[in-house]
Design a protein around this ligand. Sequence first.
Ligand code: FES
Ligand code: FES
Length: 163
Amino acid sequence: MSTLVAVTLQINGVRHDIEIQPWRTLLEVLRETLGMTGTKRSCGEGQCGTCTVLIDGQAVNSCMYLAIEAQGKAIATIEGPPEGDAALQQIQRSFVAKGAVQCGFCTPGMVVATQALLSHNPDPCEDEIREALVGHLCRCTGYVQIVEAIQDAASQLANKGGE
Ligand code: FES
Ligand code: FES
């Protein structure tokens, strides 16, 4: 017999009232309970970064985070808010434009980590970008294109901010 607990999660600005087993991770709840499969599962043990989401603006591995612990916090995923998010969309465009997406499995985590980086450092140098990507594994691109994509996103967002 499994015990269910009532949990309220605020995800991309939308409230979700659900009942879950208290030991389920945020990643499991996002993907399996809520059908939000943009956040990917790979290692399941905090090593790869594919499951990254933002909690109160900080990038976290959702495979290592209990869903009940996320109550009362603002969760943001790669799906973004229903009304759209200009920065998130620009980062996605830059990843495509710079060839930073190959198989795409690491991409949601990379994009969300970029969102966190640019929100507190709109003009990061290459070292700061690489530092922000620590813990994000990509088997395909060799990271050069990913760094270029983040530089491009920062530049495009700065241009838009100055319009
Ligand atoms: S699936 Fe969470 S860090 Fe790899
Ligand atoms: S694009 Fe394939 S793992 Fe990164």
